[in-house]
Design a protein around this ligand. Structure first.
Ligand SMILES: Nc1nc2c(c(=O)[nH]1)N[C@H]1C(S)=C(S)[C@@H](COP(=O)(O)OP(=O)(O)OC[C@H]3O[C@@H](n4cnc5c(N)ncnc54)[C@H](O)[C@@H]3O)O[C@H]1N2
Ligand code: MOO
Length: 441
């Protein structure tokens, strides 16, 4: 008789405690200061506070003329004499009422300026500005000091993973470096005597080893480093020794395959021999034989996640569970301890709303995670082949949807969906939840 299945919600709710059970070995390593070009996907070790205002000075949003409208006069009909020319990077002289400056986009607005007029809406005749009849509004086309960022504001939060635009934001503040936490070290064990490396001839019954080539870039995108990849023979002793070796050099050990019930599936037994197995049957499709446990070492316990062998199952379970596991394990130990016991901690990905093109029916027994693709009108439909060996269904999909056991989601309804691009390119961001609960994490 098979052991009972645990629900996906129970599995993810238990994840923080399983990963950090008493005696676990927290990752070590100090925060490091890295230059901008090495910061993508890295997690900030501390808040970034703006050292200056951006923009640093009032400046012109247009090529044109800065006016100093005389008080009480109609700004549009007043007479202006052009007295100076200010290019970006230059500093002009104060304008007296009735004066104007030729000015270019980004140039500092001279003191006394009340309006900027686009050059398309003005002409200069004998040094005097002739404006067209367009009404003027005070402060038009003037970009104010600090309208983007004010000095002293928190711009980026500790434990936030840096995206491309964040690097530009840091640069806009004149910051060439930021302090980030160390990368988590991950070891990956692949199993399956049938697996063959790409580039090698394929014997009958052989299968090309594919999953790890997706896992490496995924781990990098999630701010982890794959420090060891080992292919392990389908043999209990080999698996047992490989688990110990992996735990010696990694903060998290992953494996693919060998977690089901077949006679050649040794991962669970080997794990129990060197540590503990907390769970290995989850009521989800794909991904039912998903194992979670620990490997005991003299320095403490190292968390272990055994991904099912079918490539779609490996990748979907990695997106849903390895991603949050890395987000948690990367936190400083004290903060993680507090977060792990916080009720309501949200580890599912952030959903957006998507309109379904048709009714979507789930599996009767397991919670299903279906791959969706958009129709020409932007409505989403499940790809027709959802088998856990159909890797192309992940490559072709834009979104993932959760359908609970026995549930039918109506066509045309708006449903929460997850962007595969987001899942694959960004770490799970816990910074907001950390900031909401405890600023010192
Ligand atoms: N009697 C039962 N059989 C199976 C059950 C079950 O409940 N009872 N569960 C099925 C489900 S669901 C899954 S998922 C698979 C997962 O089993 P394993 O994790 O033990 O995976 P393997 O048997 O080692 O491999 C499955 C499949 O995937 C291929 N594979 C494995 N690794 C890779 C890789 N790195 N790259 C590409 N392909 C890989 C492997 O060749 C197999 O074809 O078990 C079902 N069976
Ligand atoms: O869980 Mo398996 O991943 O359904 O094929």
């Amino acid at each position: 008789m098979a052991e009972p299945l645990i629900s996906v919600d129970d599995f993810i709710a238990q994840l923080p405690r399983w990963l950090t059970e008493p005696g676990w070995r927290a990752r070590d390593g100090a925060a490091q200061s890295l230059p901008l070009d090495h910061l993508l996907s890295r997690h900030l070790a501390q808040d970034v506070i703006a050292p200056m205002a951006v923009p640093a000075f009032d400046n012109s949003a247009m090529d044109g003329y800065a006016l100093a409208a005389p008080e009480g006069d109609n700004a549009q009909t007043a007479r202006y004499t052009v007295t100076q020319r200010i290019a970006a990077g230059q500093t002009g002289q104060p304008l007296a009422p009735g004066e104007a400056a030729r000015i270019f986009t980004g140039a500092p607005v001279p003191p006394g300026s009340t309006h900027i007029v686009m050059q398309e809406h003005a002409q200069v005749s004998d040094g005097v500005l002739v404006l067209d009849e367009r009404p003027l509004y005070p402060g038009q086309h003037i970009r104010r000091r600090g309208e983007d960022l004010t000095q002293g504001q928190t711009v980026l939060r500790a434990q936030q993973a840096l995206q491309a635009v964040d690097l530009a934001l840091l640069a806009s503040l004149g910051l060439s470096h930021a302090s980030v936490r160390p990368r988590l070290r991950v070891a990956l064990l692949t199993t399956g005597d049938e697996l063959t490396e790409p580039g090698q001839p394929l014997a009958h019954g052989g299968v090309y080893s594919s999953t790890r080539h997706a896992l490496r870039p995924l781990l990098t995108a999630w701010d982890a480093e794959l420090v060891q990849v080992v292919h392990v023979r389908d043999n209990f002793d080999a698996m047992r020794q490989s688990l110990l070796d992996a735990a010696a050099c990694a903060d998290l050990v992953l494996s693919t395959g060998g977690v089901s019930v077949g006679g050649e599936d040794h991962v669970k037994d080997a794990l129990e021999a060197v540590g503990a197995l907390h769970s290995w049957r989850v009521a989800m499709k794909p991904g039912k034989p998903l194992a979670l446990g620990r490997i005991s070492t003299a320095q403490g316990a190292v968390p272990f996640i055994g991904l099912p062998g079918n490539p779609v199952s490996s990748l979907v379970t990695a997106l849903l569970f390895v991603r949050p596991a890395l987000a948690l394990l990367g936190l400083p130990a004290a903060g993680l301890d507090r977060l792990a016991h916080r009720p309501g901690l949200q580890l599912w990905p952030q959903a957006v709303g998507g309109v379904l093109a048709q009714d979507v029916q789930g599996d009767l027994k397991r919670c299903e995670f279906l791959r969706l693709t958009p129709d020409a009108d932007g409505r989403l439909r499940p790809l027709s082949r959802q088998g856990s060996g159909v890797l192309s269904s992940v490559a072709q999909a834009s979104h993932l949807i959760r359908v609970d056991a026995g549930q039918t989601l109506a066509g045309s309804s708006v449903q929460p969906i997850w962007s595969l691009h987001e899942l694959m390119t960004r770490p799970l961001d816990l910074s907001t939840q950390i900031a909401a609960g405890d600023a010192s994490c």
